[in-house]
Design a protein around this ligand. Structure first.
Ligand code: TXA
Ligand code: MG
Length: 365
């Protein structure tokens, strides 16, 4: 006999299956894998899968038990709502009470893709999925496999990033396995993701559309389609004052275990500061790490160095960021220094994640 308590205590077996994220034609084996993953979701189980942004941890969004399981697997506070992933625009009708004209316009411009919209929810969506809110976050991810999975899983997948709460989001199946092995039924391994930072979230319930989380789709891109767009002030500001409008953004997110400090300033001075600090930390018995672009990294000394790519390539920097933060944990680094970036365009998303990971610890040199 296995009571509820014992069931959660005994780890389940997590199977991993390979899948290509975006193939024009899926092999019959891939089809079979996606069907199997879909049945697991329809039966109330959990499957992690690659999206163009980060790996998601999917369950049936319309089944309150599945949402409870997602929170339990992630160790996530249940007031932090989940994004509902759909595969066809028409499917939105059942889960939202009203589709404003702005939603149609931005779906045409950015879906399938890294954009989530917040809309008033319909009765069909359990409050377990929306963390008690009367709004719902909806996204149509890019990639043929993920959309097939959504379809086979019943059309509505609640999927947060597939990390343990508070850890950097996974950008590879190995990172998912690190956090979720024994906690979920299946991992679909589609290799490294393309974007590496979570989707842009735009709230369409406000009078003026408002960005709650910056991502690959920038404010400028949204403004071209919607006209004026506001941005939640807490995106780059210190956490102290106002509460962020996306409940999840209030948590110390994306954080490595070591103490992370962002160092801003002219490269020579940044390198000099980092080298002074790592020498001092090292002498004090700390294990030091630096996360920086190729140009700066060559000038820095630390026990562990993680390269984000070239300074001019923001897309590469975003794609490598979470893996770099995770590597610092693997290497048991206790003091980490990271380069700071310009917070405009896609750089806003990079700086938003870095500032959160650093708990807003920034040194200007
Ligand atoms: O790129 C992504 O969006 C990834 C992939 C897997 O699709 N998903 C993701 O989910 O980042 P998650 O759960 O890690 O982040 C969802 C964010 C949280 O900050 C949450 O508070 C916010 O969306 N959110 C969800 N529903 C909301 C709502 N109704 N109102 C305001 N914020 C909401
Ligand atoms: Mg997340």
């Amino acid at each position: 006999m296995c009571c509820e308590k014992r069931k959660s205590a005994c780890a389940m077996k997590t199977i991993t299956e390979k899948i290509r994220q975006d193939a024009a034609h899926l092999t019959s084996q891939e089809e079979e894998t996606l069907r199997r993953a879909g049945s697991i979701i329809r039966a109330g189980g959990l499957v992690a899968f690659p999206t163009e942004t980060v790996y998601g941890l999917g369950g049936d969004a319309l089944n309150r038990e599945s949402s409870r399981k997602i929170y339990a697997a992630k160790g996530r506070p249940s007031d932090n709502p989940l994004i509902v992933h759909i595969s066809r625009f028409a499917d939105m009708e059942r889960i939202v009470s009203e589709i404003p004209e702005e939603a149609v316009r931005i779906a045409e411009a950015f879906w399938p893709g890294p954009l989530t919209m917040i809309l008033p929810k319909s009765e069909l969506v359990p409050t377990e999925t929306t963390g008690g809110l009367d709004t719902v976050a909806v996204r149509m991810p890019a990639g043929a496999s993920v959309r097939k999975l959504i379809e086979y899983g019943g059309g509505y997948l609640a999927a947060p990033s597939a990390n343990l709460s508070g850890r950097p989001s996974p950008t590879t199946a190995e990172a998912v396995r690190e956090d979720m092995d024994g906690r979920i039924d299946m991992i679909l391994d589609g290799g490294k993701v393309g974007i590496g930072l979570e989707s842009t979230i735009v709230d369409l319930t406000a009078r003026t559309p408002q960005i709650l989380r910056p991502g690959y789709v920038t404010a400028e891109m949204l403004e071209r389609v919607l006209g004026k767009v506001d941005t939640d002030v807490t995106i780059l500001a210190d956490d102290s004052g106002q509460a962020p409008k996306a409940p999840g953004m209030k948590y110390r997110h994306y954080a490595p275990r070591g103490e992370l400090t962002l160092v801003a300033g002219e490269p020579e001075r940044v390198a000099a500061y980092i080298n002074r600090q790592t020498a001092e930390d090292g002498a004090g018995g700390e294990r030091t790490g630096v996360i920086a672009t190729q140009e700066l990294l060559g000038k820095c000394r630390a026990d562990v160095a993680e390269c984000l790519g070239r300074r001019c390539d923001e897309e590469d920097i975003a794609r490598n960021l979470y893996a770099a933060l995770r590597r610092m944990d693997e290497e048991k680094v206790t003091k980490i220094y990271a380069e700071s970036f310009s917070a405009s365009g896609f750089g806003t998303a990079i700086m938003n994640r870095l500032l959160k990971a650093a708990g807003h610890r920034v040194v200007k040199v």
